[in-house]
Ligand binder design. Structure first.
Ligand SMILES: CC(C)(COP(=O)(O)OP(=O)(O)OC[C@H]1O[C@@H](n2cnc3c(N)ncnc32)[C@H](O)[C@@H]1OP(=O)(O)O)[C@@H](O)C(=O)NCCC(=O)NCCS
Length: 142
């Protein structure tokens, strides 16, 4: 949760205004909600010299639920490494499609990873409208 707060606060301000960031961060108080969200799938954590630099959480069906990099490590390949590890695991278990709802910040990242944008959607979080993109990627057979 600490990484989530630092990542959103540090990396999302160019794409979302203050109210939107506050709303996005409102999920942070709900530790039970996070526990059950993380219990649903697999989480991989990236460590750089004992610092947790990022994490990815994804379901066994191929849905990427969470992906966050600490701002100090942005554009150093942390998320790419995490995503590739996740994709490799999914591919090995026969998953054919990976999907996600990407923030505006993450959309270019997922495009780089080979995802296509299906549609833009606006969701309401804590009473505030947040834009995001439904994206998917077809995986080749192992
Ligand atoms: C999106 C996010 C996870 C990317 O993490 P990262 O560790 O910086 O990503 P990487 O260093 O692996 O980036 C790999 C490539 O993706 C693309 N990319 C990543 N961030 C980008 C950005 N802000 N703008 C444009 N392209 C970007 C680039 O092609 C990059 O390669 P390059 O740095 O050699 O140009 C990170 O910005 C983040 O945590 N953002 C805030 C939270 C968020 O939006 N999470 C996603 C929720 S859906």
């Amino acid at each position: 949760m600490t990484l989530f707060v630092a990542s959103v606060s540090g990396l999302a301000s160019a794409d979302y205004d203050e109210r939107q960031i506050e709303a996005w961060l409102s999920a942070v108080g709900d530790s039970q909600g996070w526990r059950s969200r993380l219990a649903n799938g697999m989480t991989l954590v990236a460590e750089v010299e004992s610092v947790i630099a990022g994490f990815i959480a994804f379901s066994s069906q191929g849905h990427v639920d969470l992906l966050f990099t600490l701002s100090e490590f942005a554009r150093c390949g942390v998320a790419s490494h995490l995503y590739r590890q996740a994709e490799e695991r999914l591919r090995r278990t026969g998953v054919g499609v990976v999907d996600t709802e990407a923030s505006k910040v993450a959309q270019p990242f997922f495009e780089t990873m080979g995802f296509k944008t299906i549609e833009k959607e606006v969701v309401e979080v804590a009473g505030v409208a947040l834009a995001r993109f439904r994206m998917r990627k077809k995986l080749s057979k192992p």
